[in-house]
Ligand binder design. Sequence first.
Ligand code: PMP
Length: 277
Amino acid sequence: MVYLNGNFIEKNQAYVSVMDRGFLFGDGIYEVFPVYNKKIIGLDSHLKRLQDGLDAINIKNPHSKDEWTKLIHKVISFDSIHLNQAVYLQISRGSDENRKHTYNELKPTVYIQSSAIKPRKKSMLLDGMSAITREDIRWLKSNTKATSLLANTLYAQEAKSNGAEEAILYRDGIVTEASSSNVFIAKNNCIYTHPKSPMILPGITREKAIECAKTNDISVKESSFTTQQLMDADEVWITSSTREIVPITSIDGSQISNGRAGPIWSIVYDEYQSLKS
Ligand code: PMP
């Protein structure tokens, strides 16, 4: 069962108009909420980012925080089998009578679904994953979680074709983020990640990983680093709500450090796991 515009219905019965601007233009905002045993991690932060996204593209938020919370919990409750879920919530600008670039105020289309997630166990991450690097040619509003994700999906597909977990992006030699995750490096017992800016999505897992590091007295610098520093790092990780914190030990075919997940990752990973209970 899913939620669409006021109704809880079977997913295969959920349809939107071909005039929906989400379909025609990718004109919408989305969020993904990780859920463990019915507990949503970072609910307030996700709802805040949703509001920021709607504000950025001038869509009026159709629901209050309380209404969203109830709707999300209701959708979660439909799956009684899977303990770990990812709730996907999308708001598009709505449908107009004709296709045109400009818009009048429309009734937003609201869709919520939940699907099972299976974050990998720590033991499966110890060898780390591989990544490729690509030039970041996305627009300079990448801090807006817009449904128009063409560049990101193409990067993700390229990573997949290369047998890699992710495509790490760089702009003018500076690592920004990855196709669907944020990027961290560790060097000399300090971790670094690109500062919040229009060039990256302000990941909620990024924020949580920073908090987890600080709780364990690990130094954190929200400052950018180059592709050379990425390759020379002691550790590289990516973070996202559905993947959590994943070590990267090979980039563009070159081994990172000793080719194993590092000790700082291990501490931050364990601390993050404790947020679930
Ligand atoms: N950057 C991009 C481009 C993303 O699409 C995502 C989400 N998949 C992230 C970073 C990570 O954000 P979060 O931790 O909130 O899932």
